[in-house]
Design a protein around this ligand. Structure first.
Ligand code: HSE
Length: 406
């Protein structure tokens, strides 16, 4: 029998217990053994739950029980979650987690401790909810250099943008629905401000490029400034507004990472990713572009990813070495404002901006549309800094710019 302990009996933790119960036979067939949830650590009791007799409040009970080989950290937050994870790994127990905050902040340290102790620290559920993206990068794409990743990595914001666009739901109402469905973080500011997507793209970049960029050095913009008007403008540009997290290898080993609302062209499959779904498009050396799509948040999808790690640990036994990464040197991250890309620019007529004069500043423009309030156009191969400089040169300071994903 393989005994596990679940730390935190919230949405994901309860999902892990439910998946183990619902798929008991399938899991037994996979591991040729039985998985047993021996303990559930939480501040609360759950007297109505069928697991009520396994609830404990003292982590040391779990730590000191030699029968517990795998600990499943689904607590959220960083302080206590990191402390328990460190203590568990140091005591020779493997840990699996859905906690992207801990992985993004302390992943390198925890992987190193796991490697030293001959155990595993796995975090498939920390990115893309149920989508098996990390294992795919590590195994199926192992022969490819990864050139870049563009992803919709936050289910809550994608849910909000989808419902604002499709049903005219207000931002606040859509967020409240996402909270009720168990998609949002405890503090949904992390979703709305892009921090959650930022953590996930940093984790993806660490695996894809072998180097972890600190989340705090990434330029991260969320969706709080996106209005129904922005969504309509994106449609006029021939696309949809999506919160896109990107990581790209640039010349000279620099890495470009960004999180921002972008206009995704209707021809790009990412534009059809709606509701809580996530999708990750990987630009790989030999394979070319490949996209994985699935539920990016929610109880059972996320628990499915947690279970995949538990099963991997049991199946590989001590025979598999923990992967790790390096921490990027300062200066590895490129300045987003200097990166050349394609941008959608909208200039309102207020303050006297003249279309011909504005367009004459840019070489490669596609004039997309004109409406009662202003005009929009797309420029290729330009940086945000150059756009600002050009427009400021004719005193146009009131404009909006979105990266365009073709
Ligand atoms: N709040 C996260 C999201 C949960 O909405 O994507 C899954 O990581």
């Amino acid at each position: 029998m393989k005994n596990i302990a679940i730390l935190g009996f919230g949405t994901v933790g309860a999902g892990v217990a439910d998946v183990i119960a619902a798929s008991h036979n399938k899991i037994c067939r996979e591991i040729h053994d039985v998985v047993n949830v021996k303990y559930i650590l939480d501040l609360k009791d759950f007297p109505e739950s069928k697991y009520a007799d396994r609830v404990v409040h003292d982590f040391d009970i779990i730590l000191n029980d030699p029968e517990v080989e795998i600990i499943c950290e689904t607590m959220g937050g960083t302080k206590v979650a990191f402390d328990y994870t460190m203590r568990a790994l140091s005591a020779g127990k493997s840990v699996v987690t859905s906690n992207k905050e801990v992985v993004a902040a302390y992943g390198k340290l925890l992987c190193d401790v796991a490697r030293e102790k001959g155990v595993r620290y796995l975090y498939e559920a920390s990115v893309g909810g149920g989508i098996p993206i990390l294992r795919t990068i590590k195994t199926s794409l192992a022969a490819n250099e990864i050139y870049g990743i563009d992803g919709i990595l936050n289910g809550t914001t994608n849910y909000i943008l989808t419902h604002m666009k499709d049903d005219g739901t207000s931002f606040a109402e859509a967020l409240s629905q996402a909270q009720q469905k168990g998609y949002a973080e405890l503090n949904p500011k992390a979703d709305v401000d892009g921090d959650d997507a930022c953590r996930k793209i940093c984790i993806l970049a660490a695996l894809a490029f072998g180097t972890m960029i600190s989340q705090s050095s990434v330029n991260c913009e969320g969706i709080s400034s996106v209005t129904l008007d922005t969504i309509e403008k994106a449609e006029k540009f021939g696309g949809s507004i999506k919160l896109i997290a990107s990581a790209r290898k640039m010349k000279g080993e620099k890495i470009d990472i960004s999180v921002s609302p972008c206009v995704v062209s209707n021809e790009n499959p990412l534009s059809n990713v709606s509701d809580v779904f996530n999708a990750i498009m990987i630009h790989a050396q030999h394979l070319g572009d490949v996209m994985m799509y699935g539920r990016g948040a929610g109880k059972l999808p996320t628990a499915s990813a947690v279970l995949s790690d538990i099963i991997e640990i049991i199946k590989s036994g001590k025979g598999s070495e923990q992967e790790t990464w390096t921490i990027a040197d300062p200066g590895t991250l490129s300045d987003n404002f200097k990166v050349f890309d394609t941008f959608c620019i909208y200039v309102p007529y207020s303050f006297g901006a003249r279309k011909e004069k504005v367009l004459s500043l840019f070489g490669n423009t596609t004039e997309s549309f004109e409406d009662a309030d202003g005009f929009g156009f797309i420029v290729e191969n330009i940086s945000r800094n150059k756009i600002r400089k050009a427009l400021h040169s004719i005193d146009v300071k009131d404009y909006s710019v979105f990266r365009y994903i073709k």
